[in-house]
Design a protein around this ligand. Structure first.
Ligand code: F0G
Length: 360
């Protein structure tokens, strides 16, 4: 079997807006695992699958759209790519720009980005500007700058290139399952991903590759849930920093995905998000960043309220890798157990931990 070469050089190329003149700027993104969650399947009586997007090269689903956006920017001779970001888009843009030999600049809300993501942008060589404001402020400024200067804006806002790449998550899912699932759950921030994922399912449905369409179930953090309230939130609040978005740029696309699929966009509390975050790591061995657990939190919320029928096939997008946000992983505290370096001392130390019974 030929090894995976990334999305542009995959079987999905025909669904992407690239031509023979488009250079393929790729880090071999896509082709991510679709893992069955035994725990969530047993709990819900459904067949629950986890689409592990943290396995992408920069650790989030953003790489799917970025390979297309930066390849096109390279084709167009762009000298600078620009984006606003809660962290993942900036890490991905900076990596693909580095690969293409294009300079990158990123606008992030000051002090609100997980350090792992900032570190990625630093290492990939992006010019980073921390804006005293929200992500929404950053995006407004980035759009303003792109309107007046010759830079390639790589946010997904109205960016058909980004969205076309992100649709591939639905193509991979349909090809793995043989059809669309009954329900597709995912976190919602700026609205691009739910729009693109739904668009992907529609594309494959129209092409006869899936006999059915899923319901799209999107979940926002309760303190940053403009799509649930039906109006922007001026000061969005949530510890799931990736989805701290008060005025989603792809608002209409997200609402259309919900309505056309007979789906929903609901809110989950930070407590529910962190419970799901913990559960995924403990029960499935999958380490995600907090925002990425919102889809699982939402599914469990529906299940707890008796709103989830058994026997359905459910796919949940886990959007980003847990390694990006160690503040989150260690936020409940971690107390190291320290000892000298003899076996006896280590055995004694272990006897103070939960391993005691296993060892005795
Ligand atoms: N999950 C993660 C880990 C994200 O980084 C994002 C968005 C989302 C979910 C929500 O996706 O915005 O398409 O609805 N992150 C953007 C960023 C805002 O700048 O990295 P969405």
């Amino acid at each position: 079997m030929e090894s995976w070469q990334g999305l542009i050089d995959s079987e999905y190329r025909r669904w992407l807006p690239v031509t023979d003149r488009t250079p393929s700027v790729s880090l071999n993104e896509g082709n991510t695992p679709l893992l069955r969650s035994r725990h969530l399947s047993d709990l819900t009586g459904c067949d629950v699958r986890l689409k592990v997007e943290g396995a992408n090269p920069t650790g989030s689903f953003k790489d799917r759209g970025m390979t297309v956006a930066i390849s096109k920017a390279a084709e167009d001779g762009a000298e600078l790519v620009l984006c606003a970001s809660t962290g993942n888009t900036s890490a991905s843009a900076a990596a693909y720009a580095a690969r293409a030999g294009i300079a990158s600049a990123v606008l992030v809300p000051a002090g609100r980005v997980a350090l792992g993501k900032l570190g990625q942008a630093v290492r990939y060589g992006a010019r980073i500007v921390e804006v005293a404001g929200t992500f929404d402020d950053c995006l407004r400024i980035a759009r303003d700058l792109a309107d007046h200067h010759p830079v390639a804006l790589v946010n997904s806002v109205g960016n058909e290139l980004r969205l076309s790449g992100q649709r591939t998550v639905a193509y991979e899912t349909v090809d793995a399952l043989g059809a669309a699932p009954d329900i597709h759950c995912l976190p919602v921030g700026n609205g691009g991903n739910i729009t693109a994922t739904w668009g992907g399912y529609r594309t494959f449905h129209a092409a006869g590759r899936s006999g059915r369409l899923p319901r799209m179930w999107g979940f926002q953090a309760a303190g940053a849930a403009p799509l649930v309230h039906g109006e922007p939130v001026a000061e969005p609040q949530t510890a799931a920093s990736a989805i701290r978005v008060g005025d989603p740029a792809t608002w209409q696309g997200a609402v259309d995905a919900r309505d056309e699929s007979d789906g929903l966009i609901g809110a989950v509390t930070d407590e529910q998000i962190f419970d799901a975050y913990q559960l995924l790591a403990r029960k499935d061995g999958v380490f995600v960043e907090p925002a990425s657990a919102a889809g699982v939190a939402g599914l469990l919320d529906r299940h707890d309220r008796g709103l989830l029928a058994r026997g359905q096939t459910i796919v949940i997008t886990l959007t980003g890798n847990g390694l990006k946000d160690q503040d989150a992983s260690l936020r409940d505290g971690y107390t190291p157990v320290e000892t000298g370096s003899s076996t006896a001392e280590v055995a004694r130390a272990l006897s103070h931990t939960a391993l005691a019974s296993a060892l005795s």
